[in-house]
Design a protein around this ligand. Sequence first.
Ligand code: PMT
Length: 401
Amino acid sequence: MGGLSNRNIIVGITGGIAAYKAAQLVRDLQVRGASVRVVMTRGATEFITPLTLQALSGQPVHLDLLDEEAEMGMGHIELARWADLICVAPATADFIARLQAGRADDLLTTLCLATDAKLVLAPAMNQAMWRDPATTDNVASLLERGIQMYGPDDGSQACGDVGPGRMMEPGAIAEHLASLFETRLLEGQRVIITAGPTREALDPVRYISNNSSGRMGYAIANACALAGAHTMLISGPVNLDTPERVERIDVLTARDMYDAVHARMDDCSVFIGCAAVADYRPVAIAEQKIKKHEDAMHIELVKNPDIIASVAALADKPFTVGFAAETQDVEEYALGKLQNKKLDLIVANDVSSEEAGFNSQNNAATILSEHSREEIPLTSKQVLAERLVKTIAAQLPREID
Ligand code: PMT
């Protein structure tokens, strides 16, 4: 089980008897590691209470488009951006028709229009309604737009009919959703990613470090594993779970990280340096806690090895991708680092805003090489990681048989 760690999923519930199954779906998605928010149509609340879904998801349930209180929490556009995936289960014939027509007359249809996230419907309705040409046309048109349909299953229905129209079982939906994120873009590649901060001790209780949470690097590791790569994370001290199918080595200092990286370079084909490595460390580490005597104190620092530059300088170097955390002239400095460190790609990361970069859930960046430029506007770190994996896969040198 798993496959949905770090995923933000909106479960949309519309007004049909199968709405009760949505409660199990929320649980199944959470067990697989997803963060879930629930959006219900007014019709859905006739079949299952928002309170049930609120208790299960641990989040307020979103009901109305024009709800001042909800907009002050997470507004509808923010919610549309937050989602990596919207799964409407059950999706009634009426909802399918409104979505096909491009209506935005309630919160759920509005979100579906406003999001860039993947959209999946699990239809559920009476078998005759499912077979009706109006529904058939609407479904065909949505499929053509890239919206996926799971089910409906065949079988006995609550109304007594037998035929196609039962909502697919929640466990099966969750399994399909998890596989949606798997690609084979990096199959056969051996990827090493550095993530998080390093810590440079001053004395037994104090250190120099930075605000890196590790989220960006861990999201990249998750995206690489989902893309089929053998993935290893070399991580500074962070408070995050290791993504599935990722091997993790914990380190503390920049020199530990350097050693851990070089001990594993032999068969590495892609190296991604996302860690915020301390550029300097104290010349000496005091054996005992430093006492405060003077008003001012001076710490002598010495430069740490540049891990990514040393990787890119190897005779048999992997495809090497760096990050540049900058607060001004972001692209100019990033391009300087691309050239000086002899990298294949660099992710120019403007860390001047609180919404992106260090220690936030989201990020925005520009992926640069000598001959390409790709801007990725503010999005979740997971989506950015997937875009980066796509770019790496497209730029990797092809092996000639
Ligand atoms: O961890 P999060 O909270 O999710 O935040 C993500 C992030 C902001 C840390 C990440 O997106 C990011 O920008 N990481 C790079 C941070 C950084 O140290 O940038 P830099 O411009 O100082 O370094 C340039 C490149 O050299 C980086 O690839 C860095 O890993 C590498 N480097 C730097 C110094 C050093 N001694 N060795 C290195 O390998």
